[in-house]
Design a protein around this ligand. Structure first.
Ligand code: KG4
Ligand code: ZN
Length: 394
């Protein structure tokens, strides 16, 4: 079976084609093409992701990515064909006339490729950005007469731990799900989310706690901006923190660390950083080394809170494993601290490989496959009922 996976929830336009082989109880994934266009440079100017711009870029990027992916997957054969339900597709892409035109001109000139299923992120994320991916998938589903499986982006991050980095054209038993015992706790840390999820089985999730205000990644990005670093600030804070020292004049709070529940709050930490930075600026003390020290202290504050809450969930639910995923799981300091901590517990720690931490479409294919093909309980939804849901929950 060939799967086309599409992810447009934020600032990466990602598209991939995966071939699955199922024998006995095992499914192997072979990645035929995996493409991504990052919009980071475009949004950096605005200090964060600008939704209308993200939408426009996705609409511009999707057709060229599809064309290239079909070529890489050897599914591209030039041939004039007649698309029958043009009016319906025009209706679906009504608000995106450019996307409609470029899609039709590609598809009228190639043989219908051997794609069996489309998996697309339908939430959570920026609604205008999500809609582009969803409507693109709906148009393709109509033209090629194949089903769509809508996928939750956060479930994608959870299943990103199953992906291998050296995947291209290699056959991997990506879905050897037998090694996992449940329940598992997953800490999801990204630009939009900070959640502790109790995983009772693949596809069966319960959010046991989440942030009441900012997400961790968001806090990284905002504090980075205060320190004069470009978007996305997470990786920049992380690099700066390595050069920082403990400094008794640089102290930030550990919000809600002793609240006794699984809720997080990072907005107060951000505000504390704001005051600290403003004061230092007034006193003309904000030099390079102080910036490194603040970055270090910020990273320590975040890490301590994440560890405290996560490990108390691990203890309370008697879990068989811990997953940490989402864009912020690329942070080496946080991960190192968790690796050390987990040694006190006799459970495995599952992490995505570095390249799979950020948004990608392979994780969307993986989540969609596990949920809807392996766990056959959920039927595919009719194409015209698939909508983008910005605040979609697990
Ligand atoms: O999952 P993701 O790629 O997109 C969302 O779904 O939000 O996460 C992006 C977030 C950004 O806030 C970015 O600054 C943060 O992940 N991030 C990091 C690091 N790499 C990415 N935060 C801290 N340290 C990093 N090394
Ligand atoms: Zn994400």
């Amino acid at each position: 079976m060939n799967i086309l996976a599409i992810e447009t929830s934020c600032d990466e336009t990602a598209l991939s084609i995966i071939q699955t082989h199922t024998y006995e109880n095992n499914t192997n994934f072979k990645v035929l093409s995996d493409l991504v266009i990052s919009q980071i440079d475009i949004h950096a100017e605005y200090g964060g992701v600008f939704p209308a711009l993200a939408k426009r870029e996705h609409a511009k990027n999707l057709v060229p990515l599809l064309k290239q992916a079909l070529k890489e997957a050897n599914l591209y054969t030039e041939k004039k064909i007649n698309i029958e339900n043009l009016e319906k597709i025009e209706g679906i892409l009504e608000r995106e006339p450019e996307l409609y035109k470029s899609l039709i001109s590609l598809l009228q000139n190639i043989e219908t490729p051997s794609i069996d299923m489309i998996m697309v992120t339908y939430g959570p994320g920026l609604a205008p950005a999500l809609w582009i991916g969803v409507n693109f998938a709906r148009a393709l589903s109509n033209i090629w007469n194949i089903p769509i499986i809508p996928v939750n982006h956060m479930e994608g991050h959870i299943t990103s731990i199953l992906l291998k980095e050296n995947y291209l054209n290699q056959e991997h038993a990506l879905l050897d799900l037998s090694e996992f015992s449940f329940p598992i706790i997953s800490l999801l840390i990204s630009g939009g989310h900070t959640q502790l999820v109790l995983i009772k089985n693949w596809g069966v999730y319960e959010i046991i706690g989440e942030t009441i205000d900012d997400a961790v990644g968001e806090a990284f990005d905002k504090v980075a901006r205060m320190l004069g670093m470009d978007y996305p600030g997470g990786p920049k804070i992380s690099t700066a923190a390595q050069k920082g020292f403990e400094n008794e004049n640089i102290a930030l709070p550990r919000p809600m660390i002793n609240s006794g529940d699984y809720r997080f709050s990072f907005s107060g930490l951000k505000t504390a950083a704001r005051y600290l930075i403003d004061d230092l600026q007034k006193e003309k003390k904000l030099n390079k080394q102080i910036i490194y020290d603040i970055a270090r202290e910020f990273e320590h504050a975040v890490t301590e809170v994440l560890i405290k809450k996560t490990m108390s969930a691990v203890e309370a639910y008697n879990v068989q494993g811990l997953i940490i995923a989402g864009g912020v799981s690329a942070n080496k300091f946080i991960i190192k601290a968790f690796k050390q901590k987990i040694e006190e517990y006799n459970i495995p720690l599952y992490l995505p490989e570095q390249k799979m931490c950020g948004d990608n479409s392979l994780m969307i294919a993986t989540a969609g496959f596990i949920n809807h093909v392996e766990n056959k309980q959920k039927a595919t939804i009719p194409e015209n009922e698939i909508v983008a849901v910005g605040n979609l929950k697990l």
